[in-house]
Structure formats: structure tokens, C-alpha cells
Design a protein around this ligand. Structure first.
Ligand code: ACO
Length: 435
């Protein structure tokens, strides 16, 4: 195996080099501090591998995304969402019998403990559904505590996958003041979610095939994305041996931020804003390039993809197809395409390798499906749940896992003597907290 050499303060250190199955190279610094006293410094972890993983492969330069080796384009075209959950969590595509059993289990665990319904009453109707979802996912650990055994963990994995759509749909029903709609065992995973979201007690509801297919594709495209912000959060929380529900609830919270999964809501609101302002998208492109404007083109840019986001490519095509199939003409789609077209030929975006990401077109499809804007990130969480579970499980099963505990470079005061209260001068005190 190759070694990397590091020269530091007159000494040389040899560091092992790791090479992944796709020839990614990493310098193993695990023993560095012990040998040299120095740590590595990499804020936001742009150059740091936090684990080895066999779940998802991304080549950001080439625009490649694969789940367990299978290209995202093929998975999105051929698989059902439960198949993808199984693939990510257990490592292989299920056989027909394995899939039938898995789907049956998912169907049988969709109901919530009746007491959990009371928790929804405590939230204001205006609560953002991501706040509700994160609280509800964490509270599953109160109803299904993890006491031991692998069988129990497998059951909790099923429970989490099966109940997330119910929790998500109930949080929507709560926000619009409608009665909760219970799951139905004759419907598939995706059909069931649409049923719980859109059915009302007063009339029968059958989810359309177009909606079902669109939702399946969206969930699959969001299902995993290796060590992103929310997944790293799940692994970080899980590394303390916190339970599955608590760890995944932390993932929901991390996903909510506008720089991560929350961007899908922000994109739609940005497009609506541009339209309401007369549709002058060129003005907003100019603002995006002017750092002093404070305006960012939401849905653009990615830490890893520096060529194109393969998910965005699929979604752009799908947006046209889904809207056409549903007979929806959305002026926001035209604004989005115009923004993209300018960005792809503008040196500011080309030099910074800024391309549309998964959130740029997904909102337009959600909107055409009738999903309210503040539910967009919830849909992302629903899709990402199997990825979080798979990564949590891989972390837990890895004998090398230790509690995650980064170091820091301390830049505060060096040691100074404590000043008693009576000797502290008002006149010289810096103003730290506004009066
Ligand atoms: N609009 C305008 N300029 C941008 C944008 C954008 N959306 N994104 C990045 N830039 C510029 C930055 O200002 C910076 O310019 P500089 O080099 O002149 O200072 C350069 O491009 C590099 O950007 P960073 O912010 O350093 O890139 P980073 O990898 O830290 O951030 C991120 C990536 C967070 C995705 C960023 O591109 C962004 O904020 N995009 C908008 C939010 C968004 O769409 N998030 C969803 C990401 S996908 C996901 O999480 C599912």
C-alpha cells in the first residue's frame, strides 16, 4: 500500500493511504495526533472522509450517482420505492419473495399508536410540518424503545419506514384542519401516502397513476446521497449509541435548513417571488452574481456535484412529462428554465461550477401534484429515510465505529486570572448583550 509523507516541524510522518473500489484516494490521519500532536483542520469537512461506506457512490466531477452500484437512472426507471429501501438498507435487490414479505411488513406497521395522535393536538395549526415531523420521529422512541436484540432493531426499521408517511400526512392534515385519514392495507407505500394526504372522509379517493409514478420517482431520487449534512448528523448522533428514531429525528432537523433539503421550498418561493415581481428573471440573475445583494439562486450549486446533478437532469425531464400528463401549464417552470439557461452560459456560474441541484425542479413537480409548499421538505425527508437508516445501520455494524468527536484549533484567550465581580469596571466593560 502507498504511504503519504508529511513533514512537520522538522520530522517526517508516514500516513497510510486508502483506496476505495472506485479508486478514490484518502490519506488515513487516524494516528496522526498520537504520533505528532497535530490535528488536521478542515472546517465544513470538504476534504474529510468520516467513514468508509458501501452504500452510495457519487462522482461529482462526472455527475455519477449509484445506489449499491446501480446507476440512479436505472433505479429510478425500474424500481419501486420499497425495493430501493431494501437495496439501501440490506445491500442487495430483493427477490420477489423477499420484496413481498418486506412490503407486507411495511403495510402492517403504518398505523400510529393511538396515543401519538394526541401529540398532534399540542402543536399550533401554523406549525411547520418539518417541526412536527422531527418531534414525532423522535417520540417514536417513547413508544418503541430499543431494548436489545437484532429482531427488535429490524422491526424498528420497518416501523420507522412504515410510519413516516403516516406522520407526514397527519402533520399536513393537522395544518389544514382536516380529520386524519388512516392508512389502507390494499394500497402500495406511495399510494397510501397520497391517500392519507389527499383523501377526505366525505368522498372516495383513488390516487392517480401519474401521481403515484411521480411520487415514486421523487422518493427514489432522494433516497440516499452518502455523507451529506443530514446523513452525517444521523451518523454523528448514532455514534453515541443513541437509538434509531432519535438519530433519524436529528437528520430531519438537519435536512430542514435552506442550504440543504429546505432549499426545495425556498426555490418555489423564489420562483413565485420572481413571477409576482413581473417575471424579470434577468434582474434576479444579476442579483445572484452581486454578493452585496444578499440574494442566492436557490436550487443552484452543490458541494459535491461540479458538472451536473444527475437527479436534477432526471427531474427536469420529468417536470415536463408530469405537467403535460396532468394537463398543468405552470409559468414557474418557464421561469426556472430561463434561469437555468442563463446560468449555463454565464461565466459567474460556469467558473464556480454552479448547476441546478435536485431541489431546483422537484418543487415544480410537487406543486403540480398538489403538495403544499411547506410540505416539500417533508417529502424529501420521506424519501431520505431509507438512506439515513442504511447509513445508521452501517455505522452501528462497523467494528471501527467510535463516538464521533472532532477536535478544534482553540483561538480564545490564553490563561488569565478570574476577576471578582466587585472589581469589574462598568466603564471598561465591552457591550456583549444588547440592553
Ligand atoms: N447562487 C449564487 N452564488 C452561489 C450559489 C448560488 N446558489 N451557490 C454558491 N455560490 C457561489 C458562492 O458565493 C461562492 O462564490 P465565491 O467563490 O466567489 O465566494 C462559490 O459559488 C462557491 O460556493 P460555496 O457557498 O463556497 O459552496 P459550498 O459547497 O460551501 O455550498 C451550497 C454549497 C450550500 C449548496 C451552495 O451552493 C448554496 O447555498 N446553494 C443554494 C442552496 C441550495 O440549493 N441548497 C441545496 C443543495 S442540494 C441538497 O442539499 C439536497
Amino acid at each position: 500500500m502507498d504511504k503519504a509523507k508529511l513533514q512537520l516541524q522538522g520530522k517526517e510522518y508516514e500516513l497510510p493511504v486508502l483506496v476505495g473500489t472506485e479508486n478514490e484516494v484518502g490519506i488515513d490521519v487516524a494516528a496522526l495526533r498520537g504520533a505528532s500532536g497535530a490535528i488536521t483542520y478542515d472546517p465544513a469537512y470538504g476534504n474529510t472522509g468520516s467513514c468508509s461506506s458501501a452504500i452510495t457512490f457519487i462522482d461529482g466531477e462526472q455527475g455519477i450517482l449509484r445506489y449499491r452500484g446501480y446507476p440512479i437512472e436505472e433505479v429510478a426507471e425500474h424500481a419501486s420505492f420499497p425495493e430501493v429501501c431494501y437495496l439501501l438498507i440490506y445491500g442487495e435487490l430483493p427477490t420477489p419473495a423477499q420484496l413481498a414479505r418486506f412490503e407486507d411488513q411495511l403495510t402492517r406497521h403504518t398505523l400510529l399508536h393511538e396515543d401519538m395522535k394526541k401529540l398532534f393536538d399540542g402543536f399550533p395549526a401554523t406549525a411547520h410540518p418539518m417541526a412536527v415531523l422531527s418531534a414525532m420521529v423522535a417520540s417514536l422512541s417513547a413508544y418503541y424503545p430499543q431494548r436489545g436484540g437484532e429482531d427488535e432493531l429490524d422491526l424498528n426499521i420497518i416501523r420507522l419506514l412504515a410510519k413516516t408517511p403516516t406522520l407526514a400526512a397527519f402533520s399536513h392534515k393537522k395544518s389544514v384542519g382536516q380529520a386524519f385519514v388512516y392508512p389502507r392495507n390494499d394500497l402500495s407505500y406511495t399510494q397510501n401516502f397520497l391517500h392519507m394526504m389527499f383523501a377526505v372522509a366525505a368522498e372516495p379517493y383513488r390516487p392517480s397513476e401519474v401521481l403515484d409514478r411521480a411520487l415514486t420517482m421523487l422518493l427514489i431520487l432522494h433516497a440516499d446521497h452518502e455523507q451529506n449534512c443530514s446523513t452525517s448528523t444521523v451518523r454523528m448522533v448514532g455514534s453515541s449509541q443513541a437509538n434509531l428514531f432519535a438519530s433519524c429525528s436529528a437528520g430531519v432537523s438537519a435536512l430542514w435548513g435552506p442550504l440543504h433539503g429546505g432549499a426545495n421550498q425556498e426555490v418555489l418561493e423564489m420562483l413565485q417571488h420572481i413571477r409576482a415581481d413581473g417575471g424579470d428573471y434577468k434582474k434576479y440573475m444579476a442579483m445572484a452574481k452581486d454578493k452585496s445583494s444578499g440574494f442566492k439562486l436557490m436550487g443552484f450549486g452543490h458541494r459535491v456535484y461540479k458538472n451536473f446533478d444527475p437527479r436534477a437532469k432526471i427531474l427536469k425531464k420529468a417536470a415536463d412529462a408530469v405537467l403535460a400528463e396532468m394537463g398543468v401549464a405552470d409559468p414557474l417552470l418557464d421561469i426556472a428554465k430561463n434561469l437555468e439557461e442563463i446560468a449555463l452560459s454565464d461565466p459567474f456560474f460556469i467558473e464556480r461550477k454552479l448547476y441546478p441541484n435536485v431541489d431546483f425542479y422537484s418543487g415544480i413537480i410537487y406543486r403540480a401534484m398538489g403538495i403544499p409548499t411547506d410540505m416539500f421538505t417533508v417529502l424529501f425527508a420521506l424519501g431520505r429515510m431509507p438512506g439515513w437508516i442504511a447509513q445508521w445501520k452501517e455505522m452501528r455494524d462497523d467494528p471501527k465505529t467510535r463516538i464521533s468527536r472532532p477536535r478544534q484549533i482553540y483561538v480564545g484567550h490564553t490563561q488569565r486570572p478570574f476577576v471578582p465581580l466587585s472589581l469589574r469596571s462598568e466603564a471598561k466593560a465591552p457591550v456583549l448583550v444588547p440592553a
